[in-house]
Structure formats: C-alpha cells, structure tokens
Design a protein around this ligand. Structure first.
Ligand code: GLN
Length: 304
C-alpha cells in the first residue's frame, strides 16, 4: 500500500477546497489561529513516517488529549471506571448538559467534556502529581519528550469556561466528582491545552494501532483488550454527534479536538493526524474530515 502517494493526492485535492467552517472562537486564544494551516502526518506499524504541509507545527490538541487521560486512568486505576462513566455515544454536543440530569450525573462516555472531567477526577484521586504524572505518561509513548501544557491556552479557556464550570459542579451535585471541582477543572483545562505537532501526535498514538505496545521501545502501555476498548470508544464516541457520520464516511477509530486536529487509527496498520483549524458545525475540523474520508476511499482500508 503506497500511503504516501495517496496522502499527496488527497492533500492537494483537499487543500484547494474552499475552507468552510469557523475557528473555535469561544476560546479567545484559538480565535487567533491562522485558519489556513493544514498539515498531515502518518506513522505506520511498519515504521514508515510521512508528513505534508504544516505537520511539524505544534497546535492545541484540545479534546484529543481526552484519549490520553483515559489511557492513563485505564492503566493506573484498579477500580471500575465504567461505574462512573458510560460507554455509549451521546448524540449530543461535546459540552452538552442535558443528559446528565436523567443519567444521574453519569456521563455517557469519556470523550464528552463531562466524561473527561470524571476521568480527571479519577486521576486526581489516584495519582500523586496528576499534572506531572500525565505529562510523564505522554512522554513515555514516543521518543520525543518535547511536550507541555500551554498556560496561555488554559488561562484563555478558563476565563470563559462558564459551561465547563457548570458541568463539573452539576456532576459534583450527583456525587460523581469526588475532589474539589475547581481542582478538577484546573486539571481539565490543562489537559485540553497540550500542544503537539501532527508528526509527534501520530507517533505517540501508534501504540493504539499496535495492540497497546509502543513500537519505538516495545513497552506494553495497555493490554491488547484495553487498547481495543479505547479504539472502540474512539470509533463510537470520538466525534460527538458526528460519530456515526465519521464511521460511515471514514471508517476508522478517531478523535477530534476544537483546535482543528483529528487523530485516526487503523489497528495493526497506522495512526494518522490531520490538522486544519476551521471547524464544521459539529465542532470537528472541516478539512480534516474531508481529508480522512478521501484517504480511506482511495486506500480502500477501513475497520469494516
Ligand atoms: N477544551 C474544550 C472544551 O472544553 C475541548 C472541546 C473539544 O475539543 N471538543 O470546550
């Protein structure tokens, strides 16, 4: 399979498309992004690495980081995560409050904001230094150590984070947040502020295409069964109320973020990241979705 040739072809096709959608301007710092940024990078289990466009530039990975916090909770928490967070697609926006009332504060899945906050709460209860430990965990996933939170992005989001504050307090009222909501929110905003490039992200997500094992040093990060479950959750819940469409048009396990990045996994084959900051009305990268749809059409490889 010549992934590189197909990436070149799809990249030039999608690059010429009218850049529809809007920046995630509800976070003031993200409103300053250059909307024309466009990068892609693939890392394969057979050690091929290939990128085009702005693939070396760091961007705000936002909700993509929710996969990493879930993996760390899966690895370190010996209780049952799934008593506190469900594994069902929500069919609602990432920041929706509506289902929590009828679901008694149990978020539908770990990738909507509510679910990611409960995972943050679990990590705070179980780790000595959650912020440092999460960073160390992410560093262990690839050979590249150049990873950090962005204090600027976290502060920017916090300054307007009314809905997330409401979500966290609402879940607390049901008893499904154990720690101080302010502490949970601080950790959540830091988590979302992580900045990485397409190249770096596709490298460090490769363990999910490799049955839970990091290809660069053969470390078993998650068991095979855990890694399969994380991929299943990405496939069913990674794009909020556009998850069905992503399965239908792209057919990979994936996760988006409002910084315009998308990570997608084809188990046993590759991890690929696309970044283009303008978002469609569901909060997913407009060009990123188009790129991956065309990519899996031409490669004729998907989960199905
Ligand atoms: N930090 C963002 C928020 O909480 C994450 C949303 C996303 O990337 N979908 O609103």
């Amino acid at each position: 399979m010549n992934h590189q040739k197909i990436i070149q072809e799809v990249f030039s096709k999608v690059n010429t498309l009218e850049s529809k959608g809007n920046l995630a301007s509800y976070i003031p710092e993200l409103a300053n992004l250059n909307p024309d940024k466009f990068g892609v990078h693939i890392s394969t289990t057979s050690s091929i690495k290939y990128g085009l466009g702005d693939y070396k530039e760091k961007f705000s990975i936002q909700s993509i980081a929710k996969v990493l916090s879930l993996c760390l909770a899966f690895k370190t928490f010996d209780g049952n995560i799934w008593e506190r967070v469900d594994v069902e697609p929500s069919g609602t926006a990432f920041n929706s409050l509506v289902q929590l009332e009828s679901d008694n504060g149990i978020p539908r899945n770990p990738f909507i904001n509510a679910g990611a906050m409960v995972i943050c709460d679990i990590l705070i209860s179980n780790l000595k230094n959650p912020k440092e430990d999460l960073l160390a965990f992410i560093k262990s996933l690839s050979a590249n150590n150049d990873i950090n939170y962005s204090a600027k992005i976290a502060a920017s989001e916090k300054s307007v984070g009314y809905r997330n504050v409401a979500l966290c307090n609402f879940i607390k009222s049901f008893g499904n947040i154990k720690n101080d909501p302010n502490e949970v929110l601080d950790f959540y905003f830091d988590l979302c502020s992580l900045e990485l490039s397409c190249e770096h992200l596709s490298d460090l997500f490769l363990f999910l295409a490799n049955n839970g094992k990091t290809p660069h040093n053969n470390k078993q990060i998650l068991t095979k069964a855990q890694s399969q479950r994380v991929n299943a959750l990405m496939q069913t819940c990674g794009f909020y109320d556009e998850s069905g469409e992503f399965a239908f048009k792209v057919g990979l396990a994936g996760k988006s973020g409002v910084g315009g990045g998308i990570i997608a996994i084809l188990p046993n084959e590759y991890s690929i990241v696309v970044w283009s900051p303008k978002l469609n009305e569901k909060g997913n990268s407009y060009k990123g979705m188009k790129f991956l749809e065309n990519f899996t059409t031409l490669t004729e490889q998907s989960l199905f």
